[in-house]
Design a protein around this ligand. Structure first.
Ligand SMILES: [Mn+2]
Length: 443
């Protein structure tokens, strides 16, 4: 898999100049000034090209010869005492099949032999390593762009990793939803969810999971997960773990007591209608910003039918009322990072308009891309209270209704979608229709 990634990366560079790529892997991170080690997670780009899941390594990819030089730390025996191993050069060679293995302190000798005129590296600390080499320039922009372009289109092996992460995520969601009862605490959702992941061998969360009940479900990155859930409220879960570095990222929102109230049902169906409509539209050539606006417009229609917003749909959209209820992007690329790379290719800027400004991917979809589709409706007092006093917004808002919903929280429904030649493949299988959720909770 990683050999293919290197070939793909080479193909994105022209070979007219003597040049190499230099990438550094992650180091062990510690909690402030203590010896508490955080769980090791390899840097995504280094993992992508090397497949080496160990700290303190680096790689040179020689664009001319296409040879892979792996640089490894020269550990002392104490490392084996605390971490269980010190590997020889031969062990690294047989484990990762690079063309050459060197100790880290041989970096400058190797570079001298390769005699590149350009070193492509990702960041300033890597550039710093070459600052004393004469006749050598460093460039990061071209490498960032090439890695993003390579990573944004997934190979079949990468898709299989994403499928596995999703498969376990489906199981984890099912387990939480079917075991939920009023009075349980948000952190118990995290406990059940995590139990399924870890017992399936997935130990690394893809991001800090959100387990948000009642009003907390309108806090987009809520992570304290400490509240006791109440009968009559919703619970929103947005969580996922990684398989071999590849993330799953779903969201589901369900009633704590196992039955949607009429208001919850109406809002839920509004979000679900928008989500399904957008997913049906996915195929190569479609643009994320168009899908974002399509979902925003569909959700405003739903809020209009409920009497929460008023006026013509056109004027509601023109006044950016959708951004008050849907203040985040429709979705993002997914891969080795949850908010994966490639969303904004060179020269493409964010759209300077409320709501859609936060869209993390503005790019025509192509087969092999993986996106999340996650529309939501939220009642966020920090946005709605000033809007109700704003002369250009208040005429579109039914103040009485909105005050009734101010503690409601929010609803988000998120699936992970692979763009295929003819349409899409949905990796998220846990039920999202209201009757499926109610059946799961009451059987
Ligand atoms: Mn997401």
């Amino acid at each position: 898999m990683h050999y293919k990634h290197r070939s793909k990366l080479y193909s994105l560079f022209s070979q007219t100049q003597e040049s190499i790529i230099f990438l550094e892997g992650a180091k062990i991170m510690y909690r402030y000034q203590t010896d508490y080690e955080f769980a090791f997670r390899q840097e995504s780009n280094f993992w992508y090209v090397s497949g080496v899941n160990e700290p303190d390594c680096a790689a040179i990819l020689d664009i001319d010869s296409k040879e892979f030089h792996l640089f490894v730390p020269n550990r002392d025996v104490q490392y084996a005492v605390w971490h269980g191993y010190v590997k020889s050069i031969d062990q690294y060679r047989s484990e990762y099949s690079p063309d050459h293995v060197h100790y880290m302190d041989e970096l400058h000798e190797v570079v001298k032999k390769l005699k590149p005129s350009i070193v492509f590296c990702l960041n300033e600390s890597s550039q710093e390593r070459f600052s004393h080499e004469p006749d050598l320039t460093t460039n990061s922009e071209a490498l960032i762009e090439a890695l993003n372009d390579a990573r944004v289109i997934k190979t079949e092996e990468e898709l299989d990793c994403l499928r596995r992460a999703s498969q376990v995520n489906n199981e984890a969601y099912k387990r939480v939803i079917e075991s939920w009862k009023p009075g349980m605490y948000e952190y118990q959702a995290k406990a059940i969810f995590t139990e399924v992941q870890i017992s399936n061998g997935l130990q690394q969360d893809a991001y800090n999971g959100i387990y948000a009940s009642g009003p907390n479900s309108a806090i987009l990155h809520y992570v304290s997960n400490t509240r006791q859930t109440q009968d009559g409220e919703l619970l929103l879960i947005d969580a996922g773990f990684e398989y071999k570095g590849y993330a799953a990222d779903f969201s589901r929102t369900f009633p704590v007591n196992g039955r949607f109230s009429p208001d919850q049902a109406a809002l839920y169906d509004t979000v679900l209608t928008a989500q399904k409509q957008v997913i049906e539209a996915i195929k190569p050539g479609v643009r994320m910003e168009d899908l974002h606006m399509m979902s925003a417009s569909t959700m405003m229609e739903g809020l209009h039918d409920m009497g929460i917003v008023k006026g013509s749909l056109n004027s509601i959209m023109e006044a950016n009322i959708f951004a008050l209820f849907f203040p985040h992007g429709l979705g993002h690329f997914l891969g080795l990072d949850t908010h994966d790379v490639g969303g904004y290719p060179k020269g493409v800027e964010r759209i300077d308009r409320p709501g859609i400004f936060y869209l993390r991917a503005r790019r025509e979809l192509e087969a092999g891309m993986v996106v999340t589709i996650e529309p939501g409706i939220y009642f966020i007092p920090a946005l709605l209270e000033p809007a109700l006093k704003n002369p250009s917004k208040q005429m579109f808002l039914n103040a009485e209704k909105i005050h009734q919903f101010m503690d409601f929280g929010g609803i988000r429904i998120e699936d992970d979608i692979v763009v295929t030649e003819n349409g899409y493949e949905n990796l998220t299988h846990i039920g999202k229709e209201r009757d499926e959720i109610e059946r799961l909770m009451n059987s």
